[in-house]
Design a binder for this molecule. Sequence first.
Ligand SMILES: [Zn+2]
Length: 344
Amino acid sequence: MQSDEHGDDRYSRQTRFAPIGTEGQARISAARIALIGAGALGSVSAELLVRAGAGFVRLIDRDFVELSNLQRQSLYDEDDVRQNLPKAVAAESKLRRINSTVQVEAIVDDVNPSTVEDYIQDVDLVLDALDNFETRFVVNDACAKHSRTWIYSAAVGSYGLVMPVIPGKSPCLRCMLGSLPAPGTSPTCDTAGVIGPITHIVASMQVAEALKLICGAVQPADLRLVTYDVWAGAFHSLDLGTETMATCPVCSEGRYDYLDGSPLRTITLCGRNAVQLIPAVKGDMDFLKLSKSFPAAGVQFNEFLMKCSAPPYELTLFKDGRAIVKGTEEAAMARSVYSKIVGA
Ligand SMILES: [Zn+2]
């Protein structure tokens, strides 16, 4: 192991922290982790895990680096935007420079019911760094099916939360939320904004939970839902209990509705350079509210539909949540545009 003139190796400050020690460091070095999403949460969590010396880090993301990411996604810079790099690719080269001893695998792909199982089956821990509930419910099902511990994490505005899930032993996402929120009912970073301090705090809390789980420092009964609002200065730690598990379709029946079904069906409209998206749960869109997050020139609506221009795409949204994304024939790209504007 490399060390400086004081005999300090790369991880000396971490191994001197007694709850980790050399035994914990050995566990961290052997850990295999999948990070789903390389945006505001994933880019920060990946950096922390790679610096901490995780054995293997898989990073999966479907998007490219955009200028509006740089305000909070500190792994990326203007060069990545100029080169139109996929986030996973840009992240990989930086992570290798940070710690060449960690095995980093970057994957440019959409995580959905047909791909998720490939990405989580051969890892010990799955970190949710997603920006939409639709995929989170798929991850929840896949992790339950394959008994993979995962850490639910989210941030929007100045608020964020973290909740580790140990399948079969602690409440899952469906225990907490019941079912997928109807489209348009939860704020997204694209509509409500998000500030850098909360995404960094949530990523840090997520990695702290990951290190505790890897080092065997937590029991299922210790797990909490931790929420923080950095603007209000309000921190809450909620006991999860296990009562909800008895009536949860995932935890009590082993039913994986979101993995087996398709919460957001996509149909390519051939010859029209467009994709139609149909949510399984019908919504009741509040166009006035949704339109407020758009520049006046980019949005128009009446009582039936709302049109949002997001060049090179155009999204037409109907009252029940159905939408048509023009400008692409790729389902993954259409889903990405939809989840950014509508959420869920
Ligand atoms: Zn459950």
